[in-house]
Each structure stands twice: as C-alpha cells, then as structure tokens.
Design a protein around this ligand. Structure first.
Ligand SMILES: CC(C)(COP(=O)(O)OP(=O)(O)OC[C@H]1O[C@@H](n2cnc3c(N)ncnc32)[C@H](O)[C@@H]1OP(=O)(O)O)[C@@H](O)C(=O)NCCC(=O)NCCSC(=O)CC(=O)CCCCCCCCCCCCC(=O)O
Ligand SMILES: NC(=O)C1=CN([C@@H]2O[C@H](COP(=O)(O)OP(=O)(O)OC[C@H]3O[C@@H](n4cnc5c(N)ncnc54)[C@H](O)[C@@H]3O)[C@@H](O)[C@H]2O)C=CC1
Length: 718
C-alpha cells in the first residue's frame, strides 16, 4: 500500500509501504493513485513528497506479479498523473530507486537522493525494458548516450553518479527525506513546465544514427542472443527520433513482445533462483534459518597457484586478514609480486581506494596456527591433500574450519584424515577465483550445520553466489560437465570438427564452445585426472572402451602430442604462440582426426547442428536429473545457478534444468531415448529415472519439481 499524511508546511507525504523493497504491487499502485488524488483535491496541500518506508524508495515492479494476469491500476497513467500535477512533487530517494521505482521518480518534478542510494533501470536483466516511460524520459533528462548505457546494461549507479549525470537534482549524506520535505515547501508556486520530462526534447548528439548504429553492433555482440538489450536500443531510437507520445507507443509495443517471451521467463526465474539457493537445507533438516554461523575474520590459503592467488584476493576483498602459504620458492616469490597487484586492481575496479583486508606471505604451515579458517588449494592429488589435512588438523586451533578447493575429490575422505570431521567442508571456487561469482559449498556427510552456515555466509560476504551441494565425484558442476565434454569428443570421432561444435554452442549463447574452453583451461587438467583414474597412461591401450564404457582417447592423444591448449600455443586450435589468445583452425587437427577415424574404421559423416546441440546439452541435463535424484543438489534452481554463474550458461536461457522445461521434458526424454538407441554403449544417454517420473507426472512446471522429488524420496524411504 501507500500512505498519505499531511505534514506541517502543507506538504503531503506519500510513503510506499511494501517491505522489503517497496515493490510496486497492485496494492501499492492503488495506494499511490488514491494518495495523488487526495493531493489534487485537498486545497491544504501545496506540494508533495514521495518516499519509501524504511529508507528504501522503491525496488520497481513486483516481479512476482509478472507470472500471473496483470491487475490493479497501470503504472504509465499513474506516472503521467503525477507529472501533470500543478503542485510540485519531489521524490526523496533513499536506499534504492530501481526499475519502475526510478520511472516513478522520473515522473516527479524534482529528485533528491542519498549519495549512496542505488539508482538504475535493471529491466533488461529480467528480459524486459523500462516500459513505464523510462526509455522516453531518461534520454530527455540525462541525454541519449547515458540512457543507452544505463538501459542496455541495467547497471546500478550511486546517488553521486546520478547527480553527475543530471538524473537527480541534489544529493545528501544526511536524510534525503528531510531535505526533500524542506525543499518541497520552498518551491511552492514555481512554474513546473520545464520540470515535466515528457514535454522536453530528447537530448541527442548531432549524429544520432551513427551513434545508434554503432551502439547496436556492440549490444548485439554482448547480448549473445538476448532480445531485451536489442529492444532497449529500439525504444531509445524512438525516443531520439519521434515525439514523446509515439515513442511511448513504440516502448509499449516492444515491451509486449518481450513480456511474453521465453527469455523474460528465463531471466526472471534466474533472478529468483539466485535468491532461492541462499536458503539452503541439509538432509539432516538443518537450514539457513535454523542454524547459527560464525563470523570469520582471519583465514589462510595453502598453495598459491592459479586458484590460491585468486582465493587470497577474494578473502582480502571481503575484509579478511589472510595468511598465504606456498612451499615452492619460485611460486612464492611470484605470488608476492602478483597477488598485491591483483588485489589493488580488483579493489580499484570495485571503486575502493584500498582493499579492506591484508595478505601476508609465508612458506611454513606453522604460520596458520591462529587463523579461524583454512582453504587448501594445492595440486589435485588425494595423497597430497590427505597429508596436508593431517598436518592442518595438528597445527590449527581445535575450532578452525578446514576447507578444500578440490574440484571433485571426496570431502569425506579428507574429513576422516582430521580430528575434526565436522569442521571440514569443500569450498569449490572457479577460476579466476576473485572474479567468478560461483562458489560450490560441498557438504560432506559429517560437515556440521554450523560449518556449512559459516562457509555459506562467508561466500556471501565475498560477493559469491554460494550453492550448497552434496559430496560426489565432480560435485554438481563438473559432474555434469563430464558427459557434455565426452559427447563433444564422440562427435569429433563421428565426423565433426572442433570449430563446428563450438559454433553451435556459441550460437546457443555460451561465451565459448567446449573446445575453445578446453584450450583455455589446459587439456592437461583432465589428462592428469584420467591418468590418476587409470583411464590412460603407459600400458593402457588406446581403445574406444574403458572400464566397460565407451571412451574417447582423443584428448589424451592431443596431450601426448604436446598440444595442451593456449599454454603451448597448440590445442584443438592453433595460436600465435604459447599464451596466445586468438584461436585459428588448425589443419593439423583435421589430419589428426582423419588418421584417428581411419585407425578405428570410423566413417566421417556430416552432423547437423541440431544433433550437436541436443547430444551435448541433453547429456548434461540428464546428469542434472540424476544429481537431483541422488539428492546432491536440493532443487533445479541450485543446478541452474551453478551453470549460469560458473559455467557461462546463457542467463537468458535460465539454466540447464529450466531449459529442459522450456524444450519440454517429454521431448528431452524422447531425444535421449533416440540417441541412446543409436549409441547403447554411452551410459550418460540413458534417461534418468527422475526425468521419466516427471514426464509420467505430466511434466509439472519447474517450481513443482522439488515437491515431487521430496515426495519420491520420502516414499522410497518407507
Ligand atoms: C532491490 C535489490 C537490489 C535488493 O537487494 P538485497 O537487499 O540484497 O535483497 P534481496 O535478497 O535481493 O531481496 C529481498 C527480497 O525481496 C525480493 N525482491 C526484490 N526486488 C523485488 C521486486 N522488484 N519484486 C518482487 N520481489 C522483489 C527478493 O526476491 C527477496 O525475496 P525472497 O526471494 O523471498 O528472498 C534486489 O532485490 C534487486 O535487484 N531487485 C530487483 C530490482 C529490479 O530488477 N527491479 C525492476 C523490476 S521490473 C520493473 O520495475 C518494470 C516496470 O515497472 C515496468 C512497468 C511496466 C508497465 C507496462 C507493463 C506492460 C506490460 C505488458 C504486458 C503485456 C501482456 C499481455 O498483454 O499479454
Ligand atoms: N585451475 C582451475 O581452474 C581450478 C582448480 N581447482 C582446484 O584447485 C586446486 C589447485 O589448483 P590450481 O591452483 O590450478 O593448481 P596449481 O598447480 O596452479 O597450484 C597449486 C600450488 O600448490 C602448491 N603446493 C603444492 N603442495 C603444497 C603444500 N604442501 N603446501 C603449500 N603449497 C603447495 C604448488 O607449489 C602450487 O603452487 C586443485 O585441487 C584443483 O583441482 C578448482 C577449481 C578450478
């Protein structure tokens, strides 16, 4: 709702009241309509201030309402009514003014903001555009270039930046509401014509077409198939070239298309998934809201290679005092040079003069004896990690949490090597660890709820999307990646080229296809793991079957030929030299694949894009269903958040499990059955029992899957 109160000085105060973000639900919009009407009719009212309850102006439309039929007074006429008032209206912006919230403020005659308030039009991140006049009023106020930037990225800006861009009239470090109330009294009787943004011309540079064309090219490249950013440019072109009323019609037309699109549904689902994963539950019944967490202020990182360096930076950026340990002298001295520079650069990128935490370097484990939490990031070698956990258990204080950044080893085995198994948990970061948003928190069978809560909380402080997952080989993300990469290798055996597979995946929206990604991370990473698992190495025959399953020795043979990817300047592609970044097709790969196929009597065939996409994606999705069935992820949202934040899954496609729902579960099942028939020796193609059950249950919407899984689990325990 929205409340009306008449304050001394004849100021009407309209307060938006809908915690936690005062979203513009139907009730709030109805409340504003009534309060505006009273302000018009009451002769005692000389000016109006609009604010939000609890120091938060407004978080925009109530996104939950988008899922059902729209009801209540629409926002566009409401904002027009405010703008048309002949009593001055001032927006007092504290906390946030986002989306429809900022559009409401743009309909007011003046805007006063707190310096730290967040302002923005993030609709594009929800697959929409600012359709309450935002695309038409903002360029009239801040100019076309600034509006293009803000509306196509959806980025939030501070009150201070909003002042620089002319979006607000004044900022304060004190109470924006108090200042707005005083200001509203002082401007009674001033002419308002120049304050009605819809009546002003759009502020454009002379070369509008050139600017818009250049911007459109950039936006299309960045969007990777997302519709909303492109539509935003279209609406801004209308603002720049048409009268306001026509521009507004164009805005609405574009919004109607976006509003009903699968992409908008996917992006809104992704918004809520990100929040759902914070509300974790463990099989024991421990949950985010019934478990206390500890606040960590000192931590250690062991091993300063690729991952350890980034983790140390991420911890220091979250305000921690970090002890960084490395035994190799060369690595240590490199880290001493590079890590402070990384820290400074990232702090600067986040608008900080200095990082809130500090990092000290050493080579002895004894120096970690006093810290509250340790993250191990040494080589992926179980024997080495076990020895380290034994040492840490002896050296550290009895209540220190011991965490591993392993990308797939058994957390329970590590826990068993210590005297404190309840305090052991996996913290699986993604490279580069100070930038990538995902953290998989791997809960062992003996990890205590308090340990999980503490690490989830720490992840949040580090700005990560933390997802609690179960302890199984590869956890969630890497476990699903395995059948996906395996399938890509099989496609090469059958006739595809790496660039063809990558093109299909990149057109789907991944920033990089599977082979370009493999070249970037290094083919030797998987090779080492396969060697440790006895799948390749001296004495192992290079056949197409291993341990009773179909296997592709192609990546092993690439490594044996010294083609480790970008680091060696040669991999699935060729580069200008070791460390080169620009991938070019390599005739060597064609010859290599031809020889391989000839050796194994495989006839190369032309493979359609559809088959490439289906085989890669559906084998990954199928593993996701198996993970849900095994209880290794609490719900589909967890898997989807992992893929969006850690593996480059295009956000406008929601995540793999959401995508399966969009395609149709019955169709995914049918395709898996079809490919399994063609490739009976490829186990990951065997449709999961859960997928079959969901299809049998009529393919319920994704929001209902948890319930069904829970019911099935309870049933199977009876
Ligand atoms: C606001 C935040 C920055 C706060 O962050 P933080 O403090 O970290 O808290 P959170 O944990 O994120 O959030 C707390 C809690 O609040 C929920 N929540 C947050 N924002 C919203 C919201 N806007 N709506 C609903 N719920 C919200 C959040 O989910 C949490 O709850 P929980 O999940 O239960 O834990 C951050 O939350 C944030 O960034 N929020 C989103 C801000 C945003 O994106 N705002 C823009 C919304 S879209 C908008 O405003 C568009 C419009 O207003 C358009 C008007 C349209 C007019 C024209 C309509 C035309 C329609 C055409 C239809 C044609 C149809 C047809 O004919 O078929
Ligand atoms: N590289 C990646 O993209 C990712 C790696 N991981 C995991 O992170 C861990 C580390 O991987 P990387 O950083 O890539 O390895 P890396 O090889 O770059 O670095 C490992 C570092 O640990 C040091 N080290 C070895 N034993 C040590 C000991 N006893 N004490 C102190 N330092 C020791 C090494 O000298 C080396 O500097 C592995 O478990 C890996 O599986 C997890 C996610 C992504």
């Amino acid at each position: 709702m929205a409340t009306f109160s008449l304050l001394p000085g004849s100021v009407a105060l309209i307060t938006l009241t809908n915690p936690p973000v005062n979203a513009l639900s139907a009730a709030v919009r109805a409340g504003i309509v009534q309060a505006v009407q009273r302000s018009v009719e009451d002769p005692k009212v000389k000016s109006v201030v609009i604010c939000g309850q609890n120091g938060r102006f407004c978080g925009g439309a109530d996104i939950r309402e988008f899922a059902g039929p729209m009801s209540g007074p629409p926002l566009v006429p409401l904002i027009h009514a405010i703008e048309a008032l002949d009593k001055p209206v001032v927006a007092a912006i504290e906390g946030l003014a986002l989306g429809g919230g900022l559009e409401l403020a743009l309909g007011c005659h003046y805007r006063i903001a707190h310096t730290t308030a967040l302002l923005g039009l993030p609709e594009v991140t929800l697959g929409l555009l600012p359709a309450a006049g935002g695309t038409q009023r903002l360029p009239r106020l801040a100019g076309l270039p600034a509006a293009l930037d803000l509306i196509t990225t959806g980025r939030h800006i501070s009150g201070t930046e909003a002042l620089e861009l002319g979006i607000v009239d004044q900022v304060t470090d004190g109470s924006a509401l108090d200042i707005a109330l005083e200001f509203a009294k002082s401007i009674v009787g001033r002419p308002l014509n120049t304050r009605r943004l819809s009546t002003l011309p759009c502020r454009c540079p002379t070369d509008i077409d050139n600017l818009l064309d250049r911007f459109m090219v950039q936006v299309r490249q960045r969007a990777r198939g997302a519709l909303a950013p492109v539509a935003c440019v279209g609406a801004l072109r209308a603002a720049a070239t048409l009268p306001y009323a026509q521009g507004l019609r164009k805005e609405r037309e574009l919004m109607d298309t976006l509003f009903n699109s699968g992409q908008a549904r996917a992006l809104q689902y992704a918004f809520f998934s990100q929040r759902v994963v914070g509300k974790w539950t463990l099989p024991s019944g421990a949950r985010w809201d019934n478990t206390t967490s500890r606040t960590i202020s000192t931590a250690a990182v062991i091993g300063l290679g690729t991952m350890g360096r980034g983790i140390a930076v991420a911890l220091a950026l979250a305000g921690m005092s970090v002890v960084a340990v490395e035994t190799q002298e060369k690595q240590l001295s490199e880290a001493r040079q590079m890590v402070p520079a990384m820290l400074q650069r990232e702090a600067g990128r986040r608008g900080l003069d200095t990082a809130p935490g500090v990092i000290s370097f050493c080579s002895s484990l004894q120096d970690v004896s006093e810290v509250e939490l340790v993250i191990e990031a040494v080589f992926e070698d179980m024997a080495l990690k076990l020895q380290l956990f034994r040492q840490l258990s002896a050296v550290c204080k009895p209540d220190t949490l011991l965490c591993s950044n392993t990308s797939g080893l058994d957390i329970d085995q590590l826990a068993a090597a210590t005297q404190r198994p309840g305090l052991v948990v996996g913290m699986h970061f993604f490279a580069p660890a100070h930038i990538m948003k995902l953290l998989e928190v791997v809960c062992g069978t003996r990890s205590s709820p308090e340990t999980v809560a503490t690490v989830m909380q720490l992840g949040k402080r580090m700005g990560k999307v933390s997802v609690a997952v179960g302890n199984c080989p590869g956890f969630v993300g890497n476990r699903m990646l395995k059948p996906y990469t395996e399938q890509a290798n099989f496609l090469l055996e059958e006739g595809a080229m790496p660039e063809q597979v990558d093109k299909v995946l990149e057109e789907f929206g991944f920033p990089m296809g599977v082979f370009r990604m493999s070249d970037l991370s290094g083919l030797d990473v998987g090779w080492r793991i396969r060697k440790a698992a006895g799948l390749t190495g001296p004495g192992v025959e290079p056949t197409r079957t291993r341990q009773g399953r179909r296997y592709s020795p192609l990546p092993d043979q690439m490594c044996e030929a010294g083609r480790l990817g970008q680091k060696t300047g040669r991999g699935w592609y060729q580069y200008d030299g070791p460390g080169g970044r620009v991938a070019r097709s390599d005739p060597w790969v064609q010859t290599f694949l031809d020889a391989y196929r000839a050796r194994h009597n495989l006839a190369a065939r032309v493979i359609a894009a559809e088959e490439i996409l289906e085989r890669c994606l559906y084998s990954l999705i199928n593993e996701g269903f198996k993970i849900l069935q095994d209880g290794m992820a609490a719900g589909p949202e967890d898997i989807d958040a992992i893929y969006v934040f850690g593996y480059g899954w295009p956000r406008h496609r929601g995540g793999p499990m959401f995508h399966a729902g969009q395609v149709g579960l019955a169709r995914v099942l049918e395709k898996l059955e079809h490919y399994q028939q063609l490739h009976p020796d490829v186990a990951p193609m065997k449709p999961s029992m859960l997928l079959r059950r969901l299809v049998a249950a009529g393919s319920p919407p994704i929001q209902k899957w948890r319930e069904l899984i829970h019911r099935e689990r309870v049933h199977s325990q009876l």
